[in-house]
Write a protein that binds this ligand. Structure first.
Ligand SMILES: Nc1ncnc2c1ncn2[C@@H]1O[C@H](COP(=O)(O)OP(=O)(O)OP(=O)(O)O)[C@@H](O)[C@H]1O
Length: 779
């Protein structure tokens, strides 16, 4: 970095520090004189003679914009020269180099009106610009001299590069009129305050090795690109915030101790290089990542290239994207869950063919999604029930515990996390929110789909789980109306309102940038309208609309009957049932009514009816499972299925027929294993789906029929376990443009009001505990 910085100075300005860099000057050095020995004689007293000058002066050419210009160039470095008065006769000199001599007086330069470049570094000059100003003088190097005071340089209006490094200057003055000065070095002086630089067109400044404690007086240097403030006593980066063209700052060996200081240069979008080596801030934990995060445009920090990995890590650490937060949360929740004794959540068990149906309403706080969710559950109560989240915030007026939320303390919430209860948690507005697995399971056990509402972070988290809900975004499009609505609720501070409003953009962006992330987007400026649309959308999910339309067609115009049927044939089969009249509601009611004579063999019928319509992937999936079961039966594959069948053989089919059966992992006693199958199914095992194929009870039912010789007409008693409707698989995934439908609602989980004793010889080992009681402990 040191090199980089100095290169920047030297290449752009041969007269800026370091002075040795003059060898890079655009004009070639004069060739060494052949008569060096002879000349030495003449220089013994330090006086330059005409002979020496004439042997050393040269005409050199260089090309500039296609035209050849000739310079008179005299270079006499390291000759111990003291007296150069003879040069007064060389009025045409354009470049004069006299470094490393003993010159004290430069008055001869007054006679060189064409002089453009003067290098008198490493001499004994104490008088500041002690000569009449050559009109075109552009570059002056007076570094390593004995200058103590800067004087007015307004007559040097062409000056562009000035190097005054290694002198004894304590103040920068006299430059006000140097309106072409772009490069200035006052390195290694005694300057304790930056001043006198206002409004200069400076692009490069070197103030290395002074006594500066503050960065000041640079505010108006709008052209500044490279700034070297190394080796000072600077403690803060304030004073740099306006320098929008700054690309490189060297602050090596100063006294900067706080990472937060970088905020002062946070908005310098062209800043690429920063050097903070040798500052106390280096000792701060995660110093580098923090700086890389705060200054995301940096390419070099502390002379080291900033790696892409560092940029990613820093963002993930300090402002992780929603996916990253969600992934971390999911990981935590899953680990805690796996650390608990496992249980089988059979109602919501992941299944490739028909995921448990869930509906998630999302949108910014107070957009009405909670009320919409409740109303939907009320109106479509035969399909949906509300999955109540837990929260650590206190209840608002009239909020009911267990209804709006389960209100819990932070401590309880954390305990639940540690006990692996949640499938999703989110921090919002300083409170924790979380959806427990058993909140969903409770709904599922009722034979209903679960409807929940949550913020976007929750959606990201849920997307990592094994659930595959339909996500509906409710978004305000009239910001003023939304703001007014939030204000009218009287619940929120202005900051909370501002945050909620600002998050509209977050939702909109997510929807724009992630195709298919939400299954539907509904504007919610008008609550009633939003509800109507939502209802419509949900009915479409349930394929109710088509059903109703089909019915109307059939009913309303008998002439159209065939057309209606044809239309129905084109539709995918309804999610719940296709037997009987065709109306989903009545099917569902029939299906769930245990007193109905068709209840017992309902699923067998459904299967029989649907089997010709199975998709190739369904058939393939069933085939695979049948194969596994077959292999297990002939003891070919000792996998999970063999365990299952072993226990089913031992424990009689009833163990499979009880939906609430909990299956132990490693039950050693045969009694125990008789009482419970030995199958491990992680309760949120999205990540394990590839390893352990999820258990599909419907298929098992099918296979059991095959292998036990039970027929569809004579199902096992209490076949509520097998009440899984094989339905058209919902193959819609985020990004898919297939019309979304909800997977079948698991009607069969609803326990008959007075179960027949034959239905379930064993009591359920662990009934659901309302309000979030434990369901997954065993052993
Ligand atoms: N489990 C959850 N995960 C993520 N976000 C959640 C969860 N449960 C609730 N939320 C959301 O957290 C936000 C704050 O909820 P809260 O109930 O405290 O505020 P509110 O003012 O009543 O908002 P709303 O009327 O939208 O529910 C809401 O957007 C809510 O939908």
């Amino acid at each position: 970095m040191k090199e980089t910085m100095s290169q920047q100075f030297s290449s752009a300005s041969p007269s800026c520090c370091p002075p040795e860099s003059h060898s890079d000057a655009p004009i070639a050095e004069a060739p060494a004189c052949d008569e060096l020995e002879e000349n030495r004689e003449m220089e013994k007293d330090g006086a330059l003679t005409a002979e020496v000058v004439s042997s050393c002066v040269s005409n050199l050419g260089c090309f500039s914009t296609g035209l050849q210009h000739f310079y008179n160039h005299l270079s006499l470095p390291s000759r111990d020269l003291r007296d150069i008065s003879v040069l007064a006769n060389y009025v045409h000199l354009q470049k004069l180099e006299l470094p490393r001599n003993k010159i004290k007086d430069l008055s001869c330069v007054s006679h060189m009106p064409y002089l453009v470049i003067l290098d008198a570094s490493h001499n004994e000059i104490s008088s500041f610009f002690g000569f009449q100003p050559p009109k075109n003088l552009k570059e002056v190097n007076l570094s390593h001299n004995r200058l103590t005071k800067m004087e007015d340089l307004s007559a040097y209006s062409c000056l562009s590069n000035l190097d005054l490094g290694y002198n004894r200057l304590s103040e920068i003055t006299g430059l006000e009129k140097c309106c072409k000065l772009t490069h200035l070095s006052v390195a290694y002086n005694k300057i304790s305050r930056i001043s006198g630089l206002e409004c200069l067109p400076l692009t490069h400044i070197c103030l290395r090795g002074n006594q500066l404690e503050r960065i000041e007086g640079l505010e108006n240097l709008n052209s500044l690109q490279v700034l070297d403030l190394s080796l000072n006593r600077i403690t803060s980066l304030s004073g740099l915030g306006n320098l929008h063209l700054l690309g490189s700052i060297n602050l090596e060996k100063n006294l900067i101790s706080e990472i937060q200081e970088c905020k002062h240069i946070h908005d310098l979008f062209l800043l690429r290089e920063l050097n903070l080596l040798g500052n106390p801030v280096q000792d701060q934990p995660d110093y580098r990542l923090a700086v890389v995060f705060l200054l995301q445009h940096l390419t070099v920090l502390d002379q080291e290239k900033v790696k892409v990995e560092e940029k990613v890590s820093s963002v993930n650490k300090y402002d992780p994207p929603l996916d990253v937060v969600a992934a971390r949360d999911h990981m935590t929740l899953l680990v805690y869950q796996l650390m608990q004794p496992q249980s089988l959540y059979d109602s919501t068990m992941p299944s490739a063919d028909s995921p448990y149906p869930m509906l998630v309403l999302t949108g910014p706080q107070g957009c009405g999604k909670r009320e919409l969710a409740h109303r939907l559950c009320q109106e479509l109560s035969e399909y949906f029930s509300h999955g109540t989240s837990h929260t650590t915030r206190g209840p608002y007026f009239q909020e009911e515990d267990g209804m709006d939320y389960h209100f819990v303390s932070e401590e309880d919430f954390q305990n639940m996390i540690h006990m692996g209860k949640f499938i999703q948690t989110t921090q919002y507005g300083g409170h924790s929110y979380g959806l427990r697995r058993d909140a969903i399971e409770d709904v599922a056990r009722e034979g209903l789909a679960c409807c929940v509402h949550m913020e976007l972070e929750g959606v990201f988290c849920l997307k990592n789980s094994c659930f595959e809900p339909r996500y509906i975004l409710l978004i305000p499009t009239e910001v003023e109306k939304y703001t007014a609505h939030l204000k009218s609720r009287g619940l929120y501070t202005q900051a909370q309102i501002d945050m909620a409003v600002s998050r509209i953009e977050l939702y909109a962006n997510t929807n724009r940038q992630r195709l298919g992330f939400f299954d539907n987007v509904i504007p919610c400026d008008d609550w009633e309208e939003a509800y109507e649309t939502l209802r419509q959308v949900v009915k479409e999910y349930l394929l109710l609309e088509e059903q109703e339309e089909g019915e109307n067609n059939n009913r309303g115009s008998p002439d159209n009957a065939s057309t209606g049927q044809e239309a129905e044939e084109k539709l995918p089969p309804p999610p719940l049932s296709r037997s009987g009249s065709g109306a989903l509601a009545s099917h569902s009611a029939t299906a769930l009514d245990p007193s109905d004579p068709s209840y017992r063999n309902y699923f067998t019928q459904i299967q029989a009816e649907l089997s010709p319509q199975k998709s190739p992937s369904e058939l393939a999936s069933i085939g695979r499972r049948e194969q596994l079961v077959r292999e297990a039966i002939v003891a070919k594959s000792p996998g999970v299925y063999s365990q299952l069948l072993k226990s089913s053989a031992q424990a009689a089919p009833s163990s499979l027929q009880n939906p609430d059966t909990h299956l132990n992992v490693s039950s050693s006693s045969s009694d125990e294993s008789r009482a419970s199958s030995a199958l491990t199914v992680p309760s949120s095992a999205g990540g394990l789906n590839d390893v352990v194929e999820p258990l599909d009870m419907s298929v098992l039912g099918h296979n059991l029929e095959t292998f036990t010789g039970q027929t569809a007409e004579a199902p096992c008693p209490g076949t509520d376990l097998l009440d899984v409707v094989v339905s058209p698989s919902s193959d819609r995934r985020p990004g898919s443009n297939v019309k979304p439908i909800l997977p079948p609602i698991p009607t069969g989980r609803k326990t008959p009001a007075s179960p027949s004793p034959a239905a379930s010889p064993r009591p359920s080992p662990q009934p659901a505990v309302p309000g979030g009681g434990d369901v997954d402990r065993e052993g």
